[in-house]
Every structure is written in C-alpha cells, then in structure tokens.
Design a protein around this ligand. Sequence first.
Ligand code: PEP
Ligand code: MN
Length: 338
Amino acid sequence: MIIVMKRGASRASVDAVVAKLESLGSDGHVSHGQFRTVIGAIGDRSIIQQVPWEAFEGVERAVPVLDSFKFVSREFQPDDSVIEVRGVAIGRDDQFVVVAGPCAVESRDQLFRTAEAVKRSGARVLRGDAFKPRTSPYSFQGLGEEALQLLDEARSTFDMPFVAEVLDPRDVELVSSYADILRVGTRNMSNFTLLQEVGRQSKPVQLKRGFTATIQEWLNAAEYIFKEGNHQVIMVERGIRTFENSARNTLDITAVPVLKAMSHLPVMVDPSHSGGKRHLVAPLARAAAAVGADGMMVDVHPEPDEALVDGEQALPPDEFAELMQSVEAVAAAVGRSI
Ligand code: PEP
Ligand code: MN
C-alpha cells in the first residue's frame, strides 16, 4: 500500500500515519518528493488495507500496490529520482550524461589516453572495469585491484568520477572503496546476493538489464537494492537476446519510455554492448538521446584492434568525438544538454 499525502501536508500528519502503521506492527517508509510526500506501508497487507487511510488528516489517497516491486515504482514516488555523483546529476530531464571509457582497464597508458580523450569530447563519467565477466574462463579477466588504483589516479588527474563493475559479493567492499558508482552487469542482474550486497553500500549502482530479463524482472532486481536501503539506482538498457542475430543483442529502445512510465529511476542506454559492432554505436546512441534516456555509456579504446575485451564495438577517440557532436544535437532537440 502506498499512502499519498496531499500537497503541503504537515509533518504532524505524516508522523500520525507512520505512528498508526507502527502500531499495527508495520513500517512506514517516508519519501519526500518535490511536490508531495508518499509513505510506503510495509507489513501485513490484510491488516493495512482495513485502515480507512483516506480519513486521516493530510492523506490524499491510499493506493494498493499490486506489483511485486514498490519503492522503485512511479506510484511510490511521482517525481524523477536524480542521482548526484561528484557534481554530475543523473536523471535530470534537461541533462544527457555520457559515461565513456575502456571496457576493461588494461594498462595505465591505455586508461589515461582514453580518459583524456573522452573528457575532451564531453563525457562526464569515466568507465573502466577491473573485473570482467568473460564467456571463456581463459579470456582476460581484468587487472583486479591494480585497475582500481589506476582508475583512482585517473579520477584525480581528469576530475571525473568513475564506474566499475562488481561481479562477486566478496568484492563489493573493495570496489566500493574505490569507485564512485558500482555496476551490476547483465549476467548478474538476477544474482540476488550481489544485489543485496550492493544495496548495503552508500554508492550509486548502475543496474544493467539481464539479457533475458523482462522489465518487470529488472524492476524487481532494482527493488532488491532499494530494500536494503540504497536508493541510488540507475537502470541501463543494454540489449536483450531475441531471435534476431544480426547484432550482438537487440536494443530494446521501447524499454526507456516504458521504464519512465513505471518507475522514477534514471534510465541510461549502452549502445556498445547492445549492438556489439562499431558501426551500430552512433545510430543506437542517437536513438537513446531521442527516446528520452538520461544518458548513455560507450566503450572507447585508443587502439580498438588491440583491445583485450570487446574491441569490435569500441570506438577510437576520433569516432567518439564525432559521435558526441551528433548526439549533442539530438539531445538538444529533446531539451537536454550533455
Ligand atoms: C560492460 O559494460 O562492460 C559489460 C560487461 O556489459 P554487459 O554486462 O551489459 O554485458
Ligand atoms: Mn565490454
């Protein structure tokens, strides 16, 4: 049940609703939006539903939540969530935030050349992974903590926050001690232990869509993170597996407005991992800006042909610079700046 307070409802009326819930052995999770306050009632539904909530002072309506997710729903919080990371606001409807960098950190030289280039072209957040989920156990798995140390150095040199993937619940504390944003990748979207562990951190989490997950399942994965107390979740559409095999995955561009209607969370698009091919990155990136995404994440490598991971989709710096110009124009057409 979600209890929506009237505009300008007093603090005392909110407290009275919470006190009533607590007297029933339930909890009231208060969320202060830009315009109104909503209270998520958590507990035995059959008991909570019997209370005439609309008779309480300051209550506008009580909405039963039929979905299995609650905190991440638009009903629960009508206003968009905006996540601030070192001065970068993700989720504001006048911004299109670009995250860019190498798929994996391979060396100091590779990371620094990439970071310098993406910063120059207007990216606001650096990406670079220390731990890579590879299909083959014999492929390059990432440099681990050494990569995180290099990213830490790049963050101060280029004044950019960075995001890095965490694969294993045992590494969450380590990655969280370095990264500004944690990322849960497509293969781990349903790793509930990992979701709970990142939910206990105070860092924002980019949650990629599982490549076989429905939007409902994806929102439930976000709910796992919220439920542990971490409300800073950024959804990333990165393509799903369909019968179509002409690209690595099928970018579900429809997911962006669908999510925006169902949830208050920021939504980004990854045009690199969805198409899986360099020539698909720019058109998919422009589609992301046009459809109303809050940003995108792009693989960039100084020498894509030499990349240890995902070279086929990585853009060299000059192509990334061109891409930024065209995406900037599309973003501007929908009222957003990069
Ligand atoms: C990545 O962003 O580097 C990555 C591994 O992506 P995904 O989890 O979407 O495959
Ligand atoms: Mn990759």
